[in-house]
Design a protein around this ligand. Structure first.
Ligand code: FAD
Ligand code: NAD
Length: 467
């Protein structure tokens, strides 16, 4: 079979690239090594984690906040097998959706491991060992990533686990020791803390979610501490051992004191590395970066080999589903002769804890480092009528604007529905709005988004109405 484009990998980068190529009239194939489409995101990432976050939030609210709303419940219990069953159904619906979209758009799909024979020829090795070869004028590598491991702390997938196993636990842990206070750790840590587990987080840096604006990490830590999570910041993990059902994690305090924690599970969430195993990159002369194993690409996502592109987690930049999707669309349109563009500064980042954390643009730390003169406007949710009504008063919106022009340079939110609220900031910043522009636009009352308007009023000339 001869195609215009062959996409290897069907995660959000690969399936979006394949569908966009097909929409543009290109004869397209997509190869996926797993039995379902959708990659990390749909199978063991974004979607299942959000399903469990939602379920555990319902339980937590039923146990802790329903009574304040005048709702009394008796004999509340967690049915872990039902929670996991529902999560699996959510995953199944989403992955089946990709099969439907491939058919609808006439993308030819192959199940098997794709590897380069040469730059235009891909061998597909199927589960039964049989092989098939297809050729393509262009190839898009969208093979994603896998969890990073610490060399001195091997994952056994039973007691020392990664996010993949943490999404399929059949019991609520008694004590989960979590290595890494980043996005995965805090999202999955929240799930189990809400269900009643003790959760201890050991983080190497001096704050959680260290790549986001510092104010967000500090506020999130306060809220998660209230939830019962404990934090060992600036601590260095040195090893772990398993005896029966018990894991002992050893680590050093910032002063060098030797410490240890015992738990029934240890979740290692210290980042992810690009996945290019068995892809046969050596057959076409592509080498991967030493650290992170990423494939080097130019601004058009083209590798050092003409006609071979790479997108998503397997290349530089944030490991986010929507970034992979944007790159998938961009490459498809480039191949079709269009001139698309991605503004990497405006790719939002979200942590789906409760309250949610969402951010776009520059952080205060980045503006300081670059010597940009900026002003700040903040508005706390405790002053929002909507937040008081729903009982979600933790957090704030912080707007950073250029000191002279008032252009919005960054928006950092921790609060209810921050993940949805950040879209307003992305649109505003894409059109280079000033804080005053947003503060003059009508925001429905009562909504959480009024906090964004108030933070803009505070940034423009310090005149919020409700604080
Ligand atoms: P992937 O989704 O990893 O897909 C790559 C696919 O390629 C896989 O299906 C793999 O089997 C296949 N493949 C690999 N090699 C071959 C080969 N040789 N032949 C055939 N197929 C191959 N991001 C967000 O934006 N929001 C979130 O809420 C979020 N939550 C997450 C939660 C968790 C627990 C995890 C682990 C990740 C989360 N992410 C989230 C990150 C997100 O999942 C990734 O950024 C995204 O999936 C990357 O997409 P991709 O297409 O580059 O790769
Ligand atoms: P991460 O980079 O977000 O966090 C890893 C954390 O581990 C960091 O804070 C780091 O300082 C810490 N760390 C590293 N080595 C350590 C060590 N030896 N001891 C203690 N701490 C250590 O990575 P992650 O949480 O594993 O997530 C992986 C990727 O998946 C991220 O890039 C993220 O973008 C993506 N993801 C996104 C979402 C989302 O968008 N909501 C959710 C989950 C995952």
């Amino acid at each position: 079979m001869q195609f215009d484009v062959i996409v290897i990998g069907s995660g959000p980068g690969g399936y979006v690239a394949a569908i966009r190529c097909a929409q543009l009239g290109l004869k397209t194939a997509c190869i996926e090594k797993y039995s379902t489409f959708g990659g990390t995101c749909l199978n063991v990432g974004c979607i299942p984690s959000k399903a469990l976050l939602d379920s555990s939030e319902h339980y937590h609210n039923a146990a802790h906040t329903f009574e304040t709303h005048g709702i009394k419940l008796k004999d509340l219990k967690v049915d872990m097998s039902q929670m996991i069953k529902r999560k699996n159904e959510v995953v199944q619906k989403n992955t089946a959706g990709i099969t439907f979209l491939f058919k609808k758009n006439k993308v030819t799909s192959y199940q098997g491991m794709g590897s380069f024979v040469d730059k235009n020829t891909i061998k597909i090795t199927k589960a039964d060992g049989s092989t098939e070869t297809i050729t393509g004028t262009n190839v898009i590598i969208a093979t994603g990533s896998k969890p990073s491991q610490l060399p001195f702390l091997p994952v056994d997938k039973k007691r020392i686990i990664t996010s993949t196993e943490a999404l399929t636990l059949t019991e609520v842990p008694k004590h989960m020791v979590l290595i890494g206070g980043g996005v995965i750790g805090l999202e999955l840590g929240s799930v189990y803390a809400r269900l009643g587990a003790k959760v201890s987080v050991i983080e190497f840096m001096d704050g959680i979610i260290p790549t986001m604006d510092k104010g967000l990490g500090k506020e999130l830590q306060k809220v998660l501490t209230k939830l019962g999570m404990e934090f060992y910041l600036g601590h260095k993990v040195t090893g772990a051992s398993v005896k029966g059902k018990e894991v002992t994690v050893k680590f050093d305090s910032p002063k060098g004191d030797k410490m240890e924690l015992k738990g029934d599970y240890c979740l290692v969430a210290v980042g992810r590395v690009a996945y290019t195993d068995q892809l046969g990159l050596e057959n076409i002369g592509i080498t991967v970066e030493e650290r992170g194993k990423k494939i080097t690409v130019n601004d058009h996502m083209e590798t050092s080999v003409k006609g071979v592109y790479a997108i998503g987690d397997v290349v530089r930049g944030a490991m986010l589903a929507h970034k992979a999707e944007d790159e998938g669309t961009m490459v498809a349109e480039l191949i079709a002769g269009q001139k698309p563009h991605i503004n990497y500064n405006l790719i939002p980042g979200v942590v789906y804890t409760w309250p949610e954390v969402a951010s776009v643009g520059q952080t205060e730390e980045q503006l300081k480092e670059k010597g940009v003169a900026y002003k700040t406007g903040s508005f706390p949710f405790k002053a929002s009528g909507r937040a008081v009504a729903s009982g979600d008063m933790d957090g704030f919106v912080k707007v950073l604007a250029d000191k002279t022009t008032d252009e919005i340079l960054g928006v950092h939110i921790i609060g209810p529905r921050a993940a949805d609220m950040i879209a307003e900031a992305v649109v505003a910043m894409e059109y280079r709005a000033s804080a005053e522009d947003i503060s003059r636009m009508s925001h429905a009352h009562p909504t959480y988004t009024e906090a964004m308007r108030e933070a803009c009023l505070a940034a423009t000339d310090n005149r919020p109405i409700h604080i």
